[in-house]
Design a protein around this ligand. Structure first.
Ligand SMILES: Nc1ncnc2c1ncn2[C@@H]1O[C@H](COP(=O)(O)OP(=O)(O)OP(=O)(O)O)[C@@H](O)[C@H]1O
Ligand SMILES: [Mg+2]
Length: 457
């Protein structure tokens, strides 16, 4: 912590509790002002630029979330911490979305709050000192090797820039090959933890019986074959980042233990009675729908909320086709750095028309393969692409229409096709005109208009 006293605004409606916390914070060198309501807090904030605000979430009148939002809007650098009551993790998440740095659950020991404050101050310091970090992120077409300039990707980069330097737990979701691990690594490398380890554990790759020992470590004799003491991945990630891949496959028993790690940052090695403390940031990833697993009772709801503090969703590649040329360039540079290979326009069109069920990983493989196929040539052609990609056709131009010998009536012909497609879209959506219109990229009113017109005929 820096030498100058930290000015802290404490917002809590219960006077005895507020007094007690204020005294303890003052003992530790904080300069504390007290506010008994959200409104009073705003009045303080209007007068003075506090370094830190610690606020209860549940307040009569203006609640803690709104106070945080107002504080952060006025002072973007303020460190805002919320104090939550029992069972309000969801609200804490909401407060974090509104700009809170972290949260502490009631009842808490003063040391817990002090720890959160120290960590926040340290991170804030690093964040403002590391100006280079910011300049590095200015280039918005990439973030640590994550390529993309589509809207979803630029929004993703903004989100990563904001959340990477924090300690918040992050849940990365997305289909296979969309870049969940790349994103997790980028977050680690842009966090103050970058000097420490990024440790990955794929929960689905390890048999259930071994997963616990893998995660928590074990002591000698804990089970047959446990010949010595062994550190688990959690301990290996101390001060760094633990990446829990495929977290949705974890057993309910283990979920419970992970929950404790997230809440208390402590655990026991398998077979050990001694409790070990760790300082890790957790990033989890999954390509299953965790909310659905929660609804089905296969995933603990409290763990879900603890993991999903900051949700990061990766869009499938087919929803950001404009990134495909960039990614292709990137992979050409990776697989054929010495050759100045180009891609024939027709080949690029097929690449962009294809649906990419395997997302970026599949595209990467296709480029690697094409590079090998073009050995002596300087251009990648359609023939160099995998068969399924060669066959991909842009649905707006693809058609098997041939012009009959004696010609046709164009208007009637086009009208029939239109009618056919409208009928099919209505069938597919069970008669829902709004959804059908979206399928055809029409306004609902336009669709209704067209239906009326051919009904009148
Ligand atoms: N936006 C991107 N820019 C550059 N490379 C990317 C991008 N997204 C993914 N990749 C590359 O695609 C491959 C797959 O990425 P990654 O392993 O992160 O996917 P994943 O979402 O974890 O997949 P899975 O669910 O199958 O584990 C990697 O080689 C990665 O480098
Ligand atoms: Mg992965």
């Amino acid at each position: 912590m820096s030498d100058s006293p930290k000015h802290l605004l404490l917002v809590e409606d219960e006077a005895p509790l507020r007094q007690a916390i204020a005294e303890q914070l003052t003992d530790r060198g904080y300069q504390v002002e007290q506010a008994e309501s959200g409104e009073a807090a705003l009045a303080h904030l209007a007068d003075f630029a506090f370094d830190i605000i610690v606020t209860d979430l549940r307040l009569p009148g203006l609640d803690g979330s709104a106070v945080i939002e107002a504080a952060v809007a006025r002072y973007p650098l303020i460190i805002a911490i919320v104090v939550t009551g029992f069972g309000t993790v969801k609200d804490a998440v909401e407060a974090i979305k509104r700009g809170a740095w972290d949260f502490v659950s009631k009842p808490f020991q003063i040391d817990e709050l002090l720890h959160v404050l120290d960590a926040a101050i340290e991170q804030r310091r690093l964040k403002s000192e590391n100006a280079y970090l910011r300049s590095q992120l200015e280039e918005r077409h990439r973030f640590e090797g994550i390529i993309g300039k589509s809207r979803p990707m630029t929004r993703l980069f903004q989100l990563l820039e904001t959340v990477a330097p924090t300690n918040s737990t992050i849940l990365v979701t997305g289909d296979t090959g969309t870049g969940k691990e790349v994103v997790a690594q980028a977050i680690h490398h842009n966090s103050p933890r970058r000097a420490h380890r990024f440790v990955a554990l794929n929960c689905s790759a390890i048999p259930e019986t071994l997963l616990e020992a893998e995660l928590f470590g074990h002591v000698r004799g804990a089970f047959t074959g446990a010949v010595g003491n062994r550190q688990g991945r959690l301990e290996q990630a101390h001060k760094g980042t633990l990446f829990l891949d495929e977290v949705g496959t974890m057993s309910v028993a283990l979920q419970m233990k992970l929950l404790r790690v997230l809440q208390e940052r402590e655990f026991e090695r398998v077979g050990d009675s001694h409790t070990t403390k760790v300082d890790v940031r957790v990033i989890a990833a999954t390509n299953s729908d965790l909310a659905k697993l929660v609804a089905e009772g296969q995933f603990r709801e409290d763990l879900f909320y603890r993991l999903n503090v900051i949700p990061v969703q990766l869009p499938p590649l087919r929803e950001r086709k404009e990134d495909i040329p960039l990614l292709v360039q990137h992979f050409l540079g990776k697989f054929a750095p010495e050759r100045s290979l180009t891609v024939a326009q027709e080949a690029m069109r097929r690449l962009m028309a294809y649906q990419w069920p395997g997302n970026v990983r599949q595209l990467e493989n296709a480029v690697e393969r094409a590079v090998a196929f073009t050995a002596g040539r300087s251009q990648i052609d359609v023939d160099d692409l995998p068969t399924e990609v060669q066959q991909a056709q842009d649905p707006t131009t693809a058609s098997s229409v041939t012009l009959p010998e004696d010609g046709l009536d164009l208007d009637a012909f086009v009208g029939n096709i239109e009618r056919e497609l409208i009928q099919r879209s209505l069938e597919r959506t069970g008669g829902n005109k709004g959804q059908a219109a979206r399928l055809l990229n029409l306004k609902r009113t336009t669709l209704v208009e067209k239906i009326k017109r051919w009904q009148a005929r």
